[in-house]
Design a protein around this ligand. Structure first.
Ligand code: HAM
Length: 415
């Protein structure tokens, strides 16, 4: 019996991979316009890093981490997200000493033991970005504008931006208490998860999908009515800056993030096109995280998008690369010539395909069509004798004679 992959861990095959490359290249291009530099972080971290940052009472830490003891009895975890690792690296390498304002982006696989379904996997990929050292709400608006710019560059009108503010260390506990007081008489209606985390994390009931939780939280107090003066000012300024640069948003006061480190601005880019997995990208401010991880008291803000979900939104588009040229050759000598031309053209930066098996002209032309090559060059005995081949422009449907020289063919194909 053949061995299959592990459930929730996917292969990304040629045909699909080109779409991923396009997403990654677009992210790099857009993020670099905004001054972000790439950071590469390891897959394995000390388990404690995620307990301290994401929070012990979150689904991720309670139920979803790939954690184990390595052969040296160290407790390690395959990263479930990137923010904690980037901040760990920021602190460990004292990046703040040169400049407290760091703009960093990263991409790569993340691991969560969730129930796999469309848009939700156990190994999934994020492209994320983080900014440290800026409290000014302009940076919140800039990060959100960059994220929306990225989706616009991909030609996507979905997803749309929702924002909220979760307040700070001072005002959130007051809201938490108000919400608990509101829900206390309705605990029986809550789902088992929300009942269990009523004391530790009551806000989760606000965005829980179960009918009971929806009913119990209808008419619940809004976090936005409990923001203290500074948090309310900050949120108002984020909104004004977004409006000033034309970044469209809606406010969703029921948005609760599944990670504990957030303060003030939080956001999600949501779509109705992916069923239950509506968040394509998400993030927010984490003004206490760097200090909680043992670093200086610097604020931070960032986001991560799920690459699989972005790829699903681009489902109908074709990104497979087209070769510049297919050389169809008939007879052994012509095949040797095709091979020689191919090597020379590739060295000149022209992408070339040939048929390796000496098939009929008809079957070679079928193969050229399958590759959707931009040009096809035909070389038979006559062409060899003349030293000229027939070069067909497949898009225009026109045909020219070209000398069988690397330079001449290269010039014609590159136009
Ligand atoms: P998150 O909301 O846990 O936030 O994940 C961000 C995005 O990753 C989600 O919106 C979704 O698109 C994708 N994602 C999450 N889990 C899965 C999964 N199992 N399968 C497929 N895609 C998934 C964070 O991870 C934060 N670190 C974001 C952030 C950065 N906040 C501040 N900076």
């Amino acid at each position: 019996m053949s061995i299959t992959g592990v459930k929730g861990f996917n292969d990304i095959l040629p045909g699909e991979v080109e779409k991923w490359q396009h997403i990654e290249a677009t992210a790099r291009r857009v993020f670099e316009l905004y001054g972000f530099a790439e950071i590469r972080i390891p897959i394995l971290e000390k388990t404690e890093l995620f307990c301290r940052s994401i929070g012990d009472a979150t689904d991720i830490v309670e139920k979803e981490m790939y954690s184990f003891e390595d052969k040296g009895q160290n407790k390690v975890t395959m990263r479930p997200e990137g923010t904690a690792s980037v901040m760990r690296a920021f602190i460990e390498h004292k990046l703040y000493a040169a400049d407290p304002v760091a703009k960093l982006y990263y991409l790569g696989p993340m691991f969560r033991y969730e129930r796999p379904q469309k848009g939700r996997y156990r190994q999934f990929h994020q492209i994320g970005a983080e900014v440290t050292g800026v409290t000014d709400p302009k940076v919140d608006a800039q990060v959100l504008t960059m994220l929306c710019h990225f989706f616009a560059e991909l030609g996507l009108t979905e997803p749309t931006l929702q924002i909220n503010s979760l307040g700070c260390k001072e005002c959130r506990p007051v809201y938490r208490q108000a919400l608990k007081d509101f829900l206390r008489g309705k605990i029986d209606q809550l789902c088992d998860d929300c009942k269990r985390r009523f004391e530790t994390n009551p806000l989760r009931a606000l965005d829980c999908k179960s009918t009971g939780c929806k009913e119990a939280t209808a008419g619940a107090p809004s976090v936005l009515d409990y923001l203290d003066h500074d948090c309310a000012e900050h949120f108002g300024a984020v909104r004004r800056h977004l409006e000033a640069v034309g970044t469209a948003y809606t406010i969703n006061p029921r948005m609760v993030r599944g990670l504990d480190y957030y303060t003030r601005t939080t956001f999600e880019l949501v779509t109705g096109l992916l069923g239950a997995q509506s968040a394509v990208a998400a993030g927010g401010r984490y003004d206490g995280l760097i200090a909680d991880l043992g670093g200086p008291a610097l604020p931070g803000i960032g986001f991560a998008m799920g690459v699989e979900r972005v790829a699903l939104l681009l489902a109908d588009q074709e990104f497979r690369k087209r070769p510049d040229l297919f050389i169809a050759a008939l007879g052994e000598e012509a095949q040797r010539e095709a091979f020689r031309l191919m090597a020379g053209l590739q060295r000149q930066g022209v992408s070339v395909e040939i048929d390796y098996e000496g098939k009929s002209l008809k079957s070679q032309l079928r193969r050229s069509d399958k590759f959707r090559s931009r040009f096809t060059l035909i070389i038979g005995e006559d062409e060899l004798a003349k030293g000229r081949g027939a070069l067909k422009n497949m898009d225009a449907g026109t045909q020219d004679e070209v000398p069988l020289s690397v330079e001449e063919i290269g010039r014609s194909v590159k136009g």
